[in-house]
Design a protein around this ligand. Structure first.
Ligand code: BEZ
Length: 324
């Protein structure tokens, strides 16, 4: 509740410039395809909001980048042209570098631990400045799975990644990680990844187990390295301008329900991650499971860079230790 009180206080700063009209037909954008867990959660959120508001509010969900890429959607949220989004924390961290601390390699021991970190008060606190600094209200976290590496050719050590064109989600913490490894990180949005791997535009990709399995990214690869090297949080966002135009009652309704559904994605990944990995391991591709030692000095290098870029790293590490 303290979290929402602070959000409401921050959003009040924006109230002066807020649209006065009440927006009842919300538009929610996201980049994931229709069958993806995030998209399903967004649709379920819309259905429950419509029911709980007696039909006063509705949510139209626009998946698969129909409203633009995440950078464009974030801009639309800032102006109030878009009401809501389920967005990678990766994109938001491009505007709010403190969130980059979530990507500390091996901050989480496993998928369940990643969920506990994201449900912590420390994590919630990191959302509070977003209304004032970025123009979006962060209602709570969801996630996708831990990150893995899928490659054409053999990968027996991190040295084998050196010089490889390796697809990354476009955000700085992951760029720093693969630069530290000596790879050639290649920022690329999700919809371009399958073809890029198939036609050799990239040699490898950084990806989660769900998408490796469901979108069959393994098909054009020889090696899957289960490294579990990073968590991949998502955040439920409401435009701060739209939020400021809502009544307190509607803020509570929208905020609580959206938080419930983004949070539900954490349970989905905790439940399903091991099954996807098992199926990927059964594809006949070379499948190796590695730990932090695989990446040698790259992790220390990342830690050095990011302890200067963010002050939240220590607090998140302490939370990670408490929630082990
Ligand atoms: C990615 O860029 O790898 C990604 C984006 C959204 C959900 C899952 C993965």
């Amino acid at each position: 509740m303290k979290h929402f009180t602070n959000i409401i206080a921050s959003a009040a700063v924006l109230a002066a410039s807020a649209l006065t009209a009440q927006a009842n037909e919300f538009r929610l954008g996201l980049i994931t395809p229709p069958p993806h867990i995030w998209t399903k959660a967004a649709e379920a959120f819309g259905a429950e909001l419509a029911e709980a508001s007696g039909g006063a509010h509705s949510v139209s969900v626009f998946p698969a980048r129909q409203l633009g890429n995440e950078a464009e959607m974030l801009q639309q949220l800032q102006t109030g042209a878009l009401d809501m989004a389920f967005m990678t924390v990766a994109e938001v961290s491009n505007r709010a570098p403190e969130l980059g601390a979530f990507y500390a390699p091996y901050l989480a021991d496993d998928i369940g631990h990643a969920g506990r970190i994201l449900r912590s008060d420390t994590a919630k606190t990191l959302l509070e400045p977003l209304a004032g600094e970025v123009g979006v209200v962060g209602v709570g976290y969801g996630m996708a799975g831990l990150r893995q590496i899928v490659a054409r050719g053999d990968v027996n050590s991190a040295e084998d990644l050196a010089g490889l064109k390796l697809r990354i989600t476009p955000f700085t913490p992951i760029l720093d990680f693969y630069n530290a490894i000596g790879a050639a990180p290649t920022p690329m949005p999700l919809p371009s990844v399958y073809d890029a791997l198939a036609n050799g535009q990239v040699d490898a990709i950084d990806m989660d187990a769900e998408l490796i399995w469901v979108l069959k990214y393994y098909e054009h690869a020889d090696t899957v390295v289960q490294s579990d090297h990073m968590m991949f949080p998502m955040v439920g966002l409401v435009s701060a301008r739209v939020w400021a135009g809502l009544s307190e009652e509607d803020r509570a309704l929208v905020g609580d329900l959206m938080a419930k559904y983004v949070d539900s994605t954490i349970d989905s990944y905790v439940e399903k991650e091991a099954g996807w990995l098992e199926q990927i391991a059964g594809t006949g591709k070379t499948y190796t499971k590695v730990d932090a030692s695989f990446f040698g000095g790259a992790i220390e290098e990342w830690n050095t860079i990011w302890s200067e870029k963010t002050s939240s790293l220590d607090a998140l590490r302490a939370t990670a230790a408490e929630t082990q």
